[in-house]
Design a protein around this ligand. Sequence first.
Ligand SMILES: Nc1ncnc2c1ncn2[C@@H]1O[C@H](COP(=O)(O)OP(=O)(O)O)[C@@H](O)[C@H]1O
Ligand SMILES: N[C@@H](CCOP(=O)(O)O)C(=O)O
Length: 320
Amino acid sequence: MAVYTEVDDKALADFLADFDLGPAIAFKGIAEGVENSNYLLETAKSRFILTLFEKRVNEEDLPYFMGVMDHLALKGFPAPLPVKANDGKALRTLCGRPAVIITFLTGMSLSRPNVEQCRDLGIGLAKFHDALSDYSGSRKNSLSVDAWHPMFKGREKEANAINAGLTSHIQSDLDELKANWPKDLPSGVIHADLFPDNAFFLDDKLTGVIDFYFACNDALAYDIAICLNAWCFEDSRGEYNVTKGRAMLAGYQSIRPLEDAEKDALPILCRGAAMRFFLTRLVDWADTPRDALVRPKNPIEYAEKLGFHRNAKGFFDYGG
Ligand SMILES: Nc1ncnc2c1ncn2[C@@H]1O[C@H](COP(=O)(O)OP(=O)(O)O)[C@@H](O)[C@H]1O
Ligand SMILES: N[C@@H](CCOP(=O)(O)O)C(=O)O
């Protein structure tokens, strides 16, 4: 489970003393998630999520992420709100880690999104981009194209162990991505990790979005590419469901129509998005001890998605 840092009763009580929430009446670690430690916290006032930030999160980026959530709340977008302590600040330290309490969102995350849910996710993603179009914070995408070659360096054997011959495919993908990565597309704040486990639904309607800790400023269409990868493939077989892709793109474009340059760039953006998640999964797969409580995600799923993108010719292959 994703609890890297244990919080004992005394540490929690001292931490809560700085808030106007009252003492904890329930507190337990959350199994889902892989990046940070998350606890479900309940006080007489309400339910909350307590997050302690771990390995991939740079402390200097935390004010940007808190600002994104505050800004979304201001715009009425369904996202959690960081809870301010008595000194007016949400960001604190707990058990030696940066920590925050955020409000709890109700809703269910989907294990197998249907076509209508993909459409509503597309609508929600465009509204998310729109809501943050006047957010003044800025953060570079530290997991974009320049990071990929260095991330793969030294991992060649590990990739071949997953699938014989994979390393040479990855190396040529990396070269092609570097040479053809699009510049000057419409940009803004992107979520950058809007997977089904970070979205809540009630029936076919998106009711909430969580986990903004990869958010950054980048091409808006790259966020669509991440979502097409995460929502529109059937299980882990590398089979793209064009009906789901068409619905997501139509949903998105009902709020923000794509420019021609964004449509043209979609295949390479999708390939890059698949590479980004393949690489972080490969690193975690190789570096997580077998007896760890956190179960790393299998990189093979994204190696298979890369296979689809390598052969895609244009926007129409994605349902455009
Ligand atoms: N604001 C929230 N409301 C309700 N549940 C939440 C909220 N934030 C996180 N969760 C729960 O905690 C889990 C892990 O959160 P997430 O932010 O995805 O962790 P990580 O950053 O480690 O990937 C989610 O899958 C969800 O079940
Ligand atoms: N979505 C990423 C892993 C990051 O985990 P999350 O729990 O923060 O969504 C992946 O699937 O590789």
